[in-house]
Each structure stands twice: as structure tokens, then as C-alpha cells.
Design a protein around this ligand. Structure first.
Ligand SMILES: *Cc1c(COP(=O)(O)O)cnc(C)c1O
Length: 424
């Protein structure tokens, strides 16, 4: 350890922290800050905090299946071993291929679309559709659907950014077909498309009325439905037991296209259960117009994302919902979770409720089971390796096992038993 009487040199202090495994330049930064604040003794704790701040696997014991802070859908992390792929190579003729030739077409097949394009997230999908199909033209949207989704994704602002003109119709709670027709047929109107936005993260109840995709399809301009969640098919053919009751009437890509939407847009990492991505699926010529727009290049996903999305799409086509983390966890029977809760042998087994989260299915609860420990132990659990993220309800720490991968049960039990030794 450095001599405390004289301030140590930044370099010597950084070298004394080499055991943390962090690269030297990072340790130099840590040492510099500690010395600048007159507290060189804090350097080891600062270095440890810097290491813990890096991306790492965590145990999600919150019961929130698509936890925004935990990266939404659980995905397998590819080995960082350094491998090439045929991302843009046509293995047949050895020429340049397109990165969009695998995940997109597979997803299109899984939801009955003619064609699909993958971009970085659903917000990017909406921006690209608006820019490619309605740049400089009118886009008709119901006032009840001018929503904000996720951190600051506001439909009116996205529309303005894309160069399209927003034409609002109807009112917050009621919009009728005649409102849309009036806007489409108004003198001087130049409607590029009619946009329908799913109010994914809230519900309006009571005296409400809106217009379905089927009715809008008769108006003339292309109908684009931003369904958001990425439920591919309301019949969930990838689940042996059929659709779970908690799915309600969440809009699905296949049924929305069949009802007459020309395009749907959705996220990769919500109910689809894949990596962060956005998908534009529907009529071939409209998807092609998006593909050839200059913004498509700026919004294209990388090979890691396309590889993970390809795996998810293959699982859907094989009807193997259990191979998709989100669906496997979401449909685990409560009895199996109760058995695991008892087997942990620590804390009180309790009934609890999971939620899908990630701005999907507001108000929907999935019966679940876990263990409870009196007191708020959330900070101590987060400080573990791997960190455990739990829920605290009325001063009780609850670990919901639905979102915990079974191989992590032992680690969770160890974390909880070590808490029991040090009460909150
Ligand atoms: C979540 C959501 C978005 C934004 O999706 P990201 O993938 O987070 O960009 C857009 N529209 C709807 C309807 C959504 O539910």
C-alpha cells in the first residue's frame, strides 16, 4: 500500500490496484480521482466499484420478465472468443450478400409477412417507415394514440423528426372511422400513410372508441400498425398449451397483417424474447422502400444482434417456445416454482405475482412463487457476485423465482443464507 504521509504517485497507486484485473488506464483514472479528492485510501473501493459497474450477468429475482434496467428479454450471450461469420457473404457464389437475408425472412415467415427488415429498435423502425413512406407528406394518427413509450419515445416528436406531417384526428378517448376518412379525403390532403399505435404501456377504460386495422385498410393509404411488443401470432403455436390467459388481446403481428395492415413494426426484446432490435414486416414493396432509404444504413443492426435474433426466429419456426427465455420463464407452472422455493431452504416460501414489464401488458399479473425475508436487503443482494436484484414490498424482500434461471437457485440460496447471518 502507498505511504499515507505523502500523497502517492498516481502511477504507483494504480499499480497497487492491479489485482482487480482492470486495465491499467482505468486504474490510473481511479487513482487520479482518489488522489484529487485527497482520499488515496479509497482507491481500492473505487476500483472495485469501477469493476462492478461493468456489464455482467445478474440474477433477476424481481419477477419482472422484461425488466428495462436488466436489458428486457433474457438472451444467451454469445461466446466472446472471436469468430467470423458469413454476415455479408453469400456462401454459394462467394459474393457479397446481405446481412438482412436471415433473421428478417425467418421472422417474416413466422408471422405471415411477405418480407421483413431488422433495425436497431422499434423506435428506429417507426422513424424509418415514416421517413421512407411519408417523408414530406401527411400521416394520420388518432389523438388517443399520440403516446410516449419508454424513455422519451413520443409519437409526435418522432413524426416531426422523420419529416412527415402529423394530422391528428378524433379525441383522446374516442376516434371513429369518419374522423380518419375526413382527414384522408380533405381537400389538399396528401396522406402518405395512416398510423395506428398500440398504447402498450397504459390503458384507457370507460367511454372509449377506436378504429380497428380492418376498417382503416379500406381508406386507401397504406396502414402501418406499430404493435410494439413483438407478439408474432396470437395463437402462440410455439407454446404446447396455447396462449396463456394473461396475454389478453395483445395485438399480434400475424393477425394485424391478416386484418389488413400493410406493415407492422415491433421490438425484438419485448414479448418476442430476443435481443434489442426493431422489425418492419409486411408488404414486400413497402419493406423494400424502407430497405433502400438512406436512413436504413444508419439504423442497421450488428452481427451479434442478427445472430441472436436468427436463433429466436428459428425457435419460433420449430415451435420451441421453451428455447426462448422469455416464453420459458413466463409459462413455468406455479407448482414448479413452489417446489423450487421450498428447495431453496432459506427464507419463507410465498406466493407472489410476476409481471411482463418492459412497457408491455400493463396491469397484467402472472401468479408466481418465491421466498421472502423480512427487512430491505436489496443493497446487500445487489453487492453480491453475481448481483441479485430483488423486490422489496412493505419492508419485506421478495425473490420471485419465475425470472431466476434454475441453475442460479443455489447462488440465490447462498446469498439469502448469508443475509440471514447479518440482519438488516
Ligand atoms: C416499446 C414500443 C416502442 C419502442 O420500442 P423500442 O424497441 O424500445 O425502441 C414503440 N412503439 C410501441 C407501440 C412500443 O410498445
Amino acid at each position: 500500500m502507498p505511504d499515507t504521509a505523502r500523497p502517492p504517485s498516481v502511477d504507483a497507486l494504480a499499480r497497487s490496484l492491479a489485482g482487480t484485473g482492470l486495465p491499467h488506464p482505468v486504474l490510473v483514472e481511479v487513482a487520479r480521482e482518489a488522489i484529487a479528492e485527497g482520499d488515496p485510501m479509497s482507491a481500492p473501493a473505487r476500483a472495485e466499484a469501477a469493476g462492478r459497474a461493468l456489464l455482467q450477468p445478474v440474477i433477476n429475482a424481481t419477477g419482472v420478465l422484461l425488466h428495462t434496467n436488466l436489458g428486457r428479454a433474457p438472451i444467451a450471450v454469445a461466446s466472446p472468443g472471436g469468430r467470423y461469420s458469413n454476415l455479408e457473404l453469400d456462401l454459394g457464389d462467394g459474393r457479397r450478400g446481405s446481412r438482412q437475408d436471415r433473421a428478417g425472412p425467418l421472422l417474416a415467415r413466422a408471422c405471415g409477412a411477405e418480407r421483413a427488415l431488422v433495425v436497431n429498435n422499434c423506435a428506429a423502425a417507426v422513424v424509418l417507415v415514416l421517413a421512407a413512406l411519408a417523408g414530406g407528406r401527411d400521416v394520420v394518427v388518432s389523438r388517443g394514440e399520440l403516446v410516449e413509450i419508454g424513455g422519451g419515445f413520443r409519437i409526435p416528436e418522432v413524426l416531426a423528426q422523420s419529416g412527415a406531417r402529423l394530422v391528428e384526428v378524433g379525441t383522446t378517448n374516442r376516434t371513429r372511422l369518419g374522423d380518419y376518412a375526413g382527414a384522408v379525403q380533405a381537400p389538399g390532403a396528401d396522406v402518405g400513410l395512416v398510423l395506428k399505435v398500440h398504447a402498450s404501456n397504459y390503458r384507457i377504460t370507460g367511454f372509449t372508441e377506436d378504429v380497428g386495422v380492418a376498417a382503416l385498410a379500406g381508406l386507401g393509404p397504406p396502414v402501418v400498425a406499430d404493435i410494439g411488443s413483438g407478439l408474432l401470432d396470437a395463437a402462440t403455436p410455439w407454446l404446447p398449451g396455447g396462449p396463456p390467459s394473461w396475454l389478453g388481446d395483445e395485438p399480434a403481428a400475424r393477425q394485424t397483417l391478416a386484418a389488413g395492415a400493410d406493415l407492422v413494426t415491433f421490438s425484438g426484446d419485448k414479448l418476442l424474447g430476443g435481443p434489442q432490435a426493431g422489425v418492419i414486416a409486411g408488404r414486400a414493396e413497402l419493406v423494400a422502400a424502407c430497405t433502400s432509404h438512406p436512413l436504413a444504413r444508419a439504423l442497421r443492426p450488428g452481427g451479434l444482434v442478427l445472430g441472436a435474433l436468427q436463433d429466436v426466429a428459428l425457435a419460433y419456426l420449430r415451435r420451441e417456445g421453451a428455447a426462448i427465455g422469455f416464453w420459458r420463464m413466463a409459462t413455468l407452472p406455479v407448482a414448479a416454482l413452489e417446489t423450487r422455493a421450498r428447495a431453496l431452504g432459506v427464507g419463507r416460501p410465498v406466493a407472489c405475482a410476476s409481471v411482463t414489464g418492459g412497457g408491455t401488458l400493463p396491469g397484467v399479473e402472472i401468479p408466481s412463487a418465491g421466498v421472502a425475508v423480512d427487512g430491505d436487503h436489496s443493497a446487500a443482494l445487489r453487492a453480491r457476485t453475481p448481483p441479485v436484484v430483488a423486490r422489496v414490498v412493505d419492508g419485506v424482500t421478495v425473490c420471485d423465482l419465475r425470472t431466476v434461471d434454475p441453475p442460479d437457485d443455489a447462488g440465490l440460496a447462498r446469498a439469502l443464507s448469508e443475509l440471514a447471518a447479518t440482519p438488516a
